[in-house]
Ligand binder design. Structure first.
Ligand code: PAF
Length: 274
């Protein structure tokens, strides 16, 4: 596995790659969720490139940028073992410039849900993903459905900016008890981790209610809130279509149910796609 930290060196290596390139951008602290994206890329492409970069521009003031888990050594070992071809770990100065041009998230879809709670977050996400796409020039890029709004906005950026990359959405990977895999789970104490399970339980319950024929989103949200409220400081429970607009009735293949909330100091998000 090649580890590259410098844009110029990456360009030289990239110029000699012949074949389909799959790309998994990450912020490190790799877990089974990331591994499933890497495995999928390895099956579908000739080369798999992973990037690790804790992107400062997507953290708002007061968020956990300094505390964000960094596990460089362990991440390198994981990537090597699983058969990543190139690990790109750029330094901040090699990819951000002074007074640089900015990408803005769309005014509607970028400022609801996570975008409403974290205004400006998606500007930073799109900025770095655009840069990484231009550097790596992948054929396919893999993103988890757990970050539903991120995935949808990246699909929109690729569409609106005519970027020649195919976005591959990948299912959320969960612990045996239902907790969605997240780099932030390591912040949870055993007691908090137990409470955090209410999120996947509420989503599962909504899924079951829909299967039993309940389509009214108000009823579904009320039931979810009743499951969540004793354990989670709820930030939102929303039911939206794939354009992230709230809906009154469940639409088959065009619905996402999302939850965001805090357990102690740890902010968690999760969702299911119907
Ligand atoms: O999902 C993430 O880890 C990050 O938001 C991403 C896409 C790597 C951009 O920094």
């Amino acid at each position: 596995m090649l580890i590259i930290k410098d844009f110029e060196q990456f360009q030289k290596v990239r110029a000699n790659i012949d074949g389909r390139v799959g790309f998994i951008p990450t912020m490190g602290a790799l877990h089974r969720g990331h591994l499933s994206l890497i495995k999928k890329s390895k099956i579908e492409n000739d080369f798999t490139i992973v990037s690790i970069f804790v992107n400062p521009t997507q953290f708002l003031e007061g968020e956990d940028l300094d505390k964000y888990p960094r596990k460089e050594e362990a991440d390198i070992t994981i990537c090597e073992k699983i058969g990543v071809d190139i690990l790109f770990m750029p330094t901040i100065n090699s990819i951000y410039f002074e007074d640089e041009l900015k990408i803005s998230a769309p005014a509607k879809a970028g400022y609801v849900l996570e975008g409403a709670k974290r205004p400006g977050h998606f500007d930073g996400v799109l900025q770095i993903v655009m840069k990484l796409f231009n550097i790596v020039r992948p054929d396919r890029a893999y993103f988890g459905k757990k970050d539903a709004q991120q995935l949808i906005l990246i699909q929109k950026m690729v569409h609106d900016m005519f970027i020649p990359v195919k976005i591959i959405p990948c299912n959320t990977i969960r612990e045996h008890d239902g907790l969605a895999m997240s780099s932030r789970n390591i912040y949870l104490s055993p007691k908090e981790r137990q409470k955090a399970l209410s999120i996947s339980k509420a989503l599962k319950r909504a899924g079951k209610m829909i299967m039993s024929g309940i389509k009214d989103t108000k009823t579904l949200k009320e039931e979810m809130i009743s499951i969540l409220q004793k354990d989670i400081k709820i930030e939102y429970v929303e039911i939206v279509n794939r354009s992230l607009e709230p809906i009154d009735k469940i639409i088959e293949d065009d619905t996402i149910i999302l939850v965001a909330g805090k357990v102690g100091e740890t902010r968690l998000i999760d969702n299911i796609w119907i």
